[in-house]
Design a binder for this molecule. Structure first.
Ligand code: AMO
Length: 443
């Protein structure tokens, strides 16, 4: 065996390089995505990591003869000459005149769903049943390339702002977000919980690193089958110390989102074009207090009964209002009622009925919750007792307060929710690679 050098020679020419090889022979590796037999010649579309490359087979180009081993979904190494051609709209493109095909692997069966069409034409549930196959469709895979861009933007921007990336445990001694949607787990005879969020730990890391972020799965035992709830989703969280106000967190999120949208436009153009993504322009994001937003909803919408929180139709209305009023796809709603926010949320000293917290709505749906946290030990213990919690059960969480923590706050942003609304899907499962919901744990 040779010594490992860490250098892997490129044995497949990417399509983006074709323009430098016109008239030359190159080799590509990929999956045969689609074969269109035109009797005396054939178009063979090859799917590489991010591209579809049009290859043309004709007996005129070489002595190679196409046989029935060349089928859709087989992996192949193809040699051929790069030629320039034109698309129907007159723009330039390149194709490969096939000299030779070497089959690297052969599928055992024909895919149960047609994946070589422009898009997958079946019910979402069938699409999800065959996810390892349906994800090969260029539009399906583009969704998750965009999702990669979102995570990348979140990470890159926060790193540029002095944040440290962390990973916190997903097997927890307590649920951080309360409610009934916590998964219980038998941990060698002891009851533990799957993390609903990294809340208990990200706060503990503020006195360590000052600014931290995490992109990781979290778990919610959602008992209902809704179009926007998953049982496992990717939470993009950050937490920052020495804030002057909870609006510092909203400002940081505005910076994060601006950066993400710019990055998508710059580096994810093929996917944006394929999916016809309407990437929002963000200059600044307007804010409205919960109380004012609620008043407006009550005035404009009928049958509003819950005065403590928003129904989905109220969020949708507020989304439209922000668009009309401010031409903004985003809207911060602030000062949610103390009763409705978790135990770690800081109450507003000017009005303890409300909190120094916010949600961010994107095109009329919540994608983020965040706010300032209680950092004083006595205040936190007091608040827990007031809410009927036993502070002893949170002894390790309270160490952060007990041994000194600066004023701090942060947020959690649901990756699938953001992707869903960016791409205009009605169901969050469209924006989830392998969704977990009340009826689904496979594939
Ligand atoms: P919250 O519980 O509001 O706050 O969650 C934050 C964001 O996570 C997303 N989200 C979900 N996405 C898909 N399926 C679900 N079941 C689901 N539940 C929540 C939403 C939501 O806005 N610890 C706080 C955040 C913080 O204050 O830092 C928290 O988890 O996009």
């Amino acid at each position: 065996m040779e010594d490992m050098t860490g250098v892997i020679p490129c044995t497949s020419t990417p399509y983006s390089e074709f323009k430098n090889h016109i008239g030359e022979e190159v080799t590509i590796k990929g999956a045969i995505h689609n074969i269109r037999d035109m009797s005396d010649f054939a178009f063979i579309i090859v799917r590489t990591a991010r591209e579809l490359i049009q290859c043309v087979y004709s007996p005129d180009f070489s002595d190679y003869r196409l046989d029935d081993k060349v089928v859709e979904q087989c992996s192949a190494k193809i040699r051929g000459k790069v030629v320039k051609s034109e698309t129907r709209d007159g723009s330039e493109r390149y194709e490969l005149q096939i000299h030779d095909i070497e089959i690297l692997s052969t599928p055992a069966a024909i895919p149960p769903v047609v994946i070589s069409k422009k898009q997958i034409n079946c019910d979402l549930s069938v699409n999800l049943d065959y996810r390892p196959v349906t994800l090969r469709n260029p539009k399906e895979r583009a969704i998750f390339k965009i999702q990669e861009g979102i995570q990348r933007g979140f990470r890159e921007y926060l790193m540029s702002q002095g944040f440290t990336e962390v990973h916190t445990p997903k097997i927890n001694y307590a649920g951080a977000e309360g409610g009934t949607n916590v998964f219980k787990l038998d941990y060698f005879g002891k009851q533990v919980y799957l993390a609903q969020s990294p809340q208990l730990y990200k706060q503990a890391l503020v006195p360590v690193y000052e600014r931290v972020f995490e992109i990781a799965p979290v778990f919610r035992a959602e008992h209902h089958d809704t179009s926007r709830h998953l049982n496992e989703y990717i939470s993009m969280d950050f937490e920052m110390g020495f804030i002057e106000s909870f609006t510092d967190i909203m400002n940081m999120e505005t910076g994060v989102l601006k950066y993400i949208m710019e990055l998508l436009k710059k580096e994810y153009e093929p996917e944006i074009e394929l999916l016809k993504v309407d990437v929002p322009e963000i200059k600044s994001i307007p804010c409205i207090r919960f109380k004012d937003a609620k008043e407006m909803c009550v005035k404009k919408l009928k049958n509003i009964t819950d005065m403590k929180d928003f129904e989905p139709e109220e969020e949708a209305f507020l989304g439209k209002w922000a668009k009309q009023q401010y031409n903004s796809d985003f809207l911060f709603v602030t000062h949610y009622l103390s009763k409705k926010r978790p135990f770690y949320t800081m109450d507003d000293p000017e009005d303890p009925e409300v909190t120094l917290s916010f949600d961010l709505l994107f095109r009329g749906i919540e994608i983020t919750s965040g706010g300032q946290r209680v950092h004083d030990y006595n205040m936190q213990v007091e608040k827990m007792k007031r809410l009927g919690m036993n502070p002893d059960e949170f002894e390790t969480y309270l160490m952060l307060h007990k041994y000194g923590a600066p004023p701090h706050g942060g947020l959690g942003l649901g990756l699938e929710r953001l992707t869903m609304h960016l791409l205009g899907f009605k169901n969050v499962r469209n924006a989830t690679m392998f969704p977990r919901d009340i009826n689904r744990v496979t594939p």
